[in-house]
Design a binder for this molecule. Structure first.
Ligand SMILES: *Cc1c(COP(=O)(O)O)cnc(C)c1O
Length: 235
């Protein structure tokens, strides 16, 4: 297995190449290392290699890792997976950011449950840019209005939008879906809502996302290797 530090370096170089190819400053694109299903020891190894932002899909798994990793300065844990209402309290207590807010009701719960005394919870509005019925996210036409409502909630800090393109090898299709997320950001801005973050692009399509303006890419497989299917014992 490639050590995590080498894989991280290779992904950072991929990001920098894609940014330069798009005429962008590589420093504009941050890397969220999606560590879902991998144990805390692997996160520690990536942290030792300078990585600070980690993405998790499941609230309970994130909470367990938060406890394991207490005391690592600057470590950020970010929820990227779908969020059910009954997990809102644990999510509000565990994560620095939630990227999967796709309805006002869950945003209201996160705001009400975010502990006082700490920073507000950063949130992204997830938009269904692929149009696949199986995917979470609000419809693109509703994104700016949802962003405006989320931005008014007291214990949340609205930061932008997240989207997942459909799995395809066609770069033109990837780019058209990522462009849709960028237009959501532009629509929000026209309505006076600041939305600096565009979280889009994963192992298979980060170049297309960066070409369309991603400010954050969420990469799992290229850093940590293939994941065991859900429900099987972790390796
Ligand atoms: C798992 C996951 C990723 C990472 O996907 P890879 O293809 O392994 O890079 C990114 N975003 C979300 C929302 C995910 O669930």
């Amino acid at each position: 297995m490639v050590p995590v530090a080498n894989a991280l370096q290779a992904v950072r170089e991929r990001i920098a190449r894609a940014a330069r190819a798009a005429g962008r400053d590589p420093g504009e694109v941050t890397l969220l290392a999606v560590s879902k299903t991998f144990p805390s020891a692997v996160i520690r190894a990536a942290y030792a290699a300078g990585q600070r932002d980690f993405g998790e899909n499941y609230v309970q798994e994130g909470a367990a890792k938060r406890a394991d990793l207490a005391g690592l300065p600057g470590l950020r844990l970010v929820l990227v997976g779908p969020l059910q209402g009954n997990k809102a309290r644990a999510a509000a207590e565990t994560f620095d950011a939630v990227e999967s807010v796709d309805r006002l009701k869950i945003a209201q719960r996160l705001s009400a449950l975010r502990p006082e005394g700490g920073p507000p919870l950063e949130v992204l509005v997830q938009v269904n840019i692929s149009g696949e019925a199986s995917k979470s996210g609000c419809g693109p036409a509703d994104a700016a209005a949802l962003a405006a409502a989320v931005a008014r909630l007291p214990r949340l800090a609205f930061r932008g939008f997240m989207g997942i393109a459909e799995p395809t090898d066609d770069p033109a299709l990837q780019r058209s879906q990522f462009a849709r997320l960028r237009r959501c950001r532009d629509e929000a801005r026209s309505a006076g809502i600041d939305a600096p973050v565009l979280s889009m692009g994963m192992t298979g399509d980060l170049e297309a996302a960066i070409a369309e303006g991603a400010t954050e890419v969420r990469v799992g497989t290229a850093i940590f290797g293939a994941r065991a299917p859900r429900g099987t014992a972790p390796a």
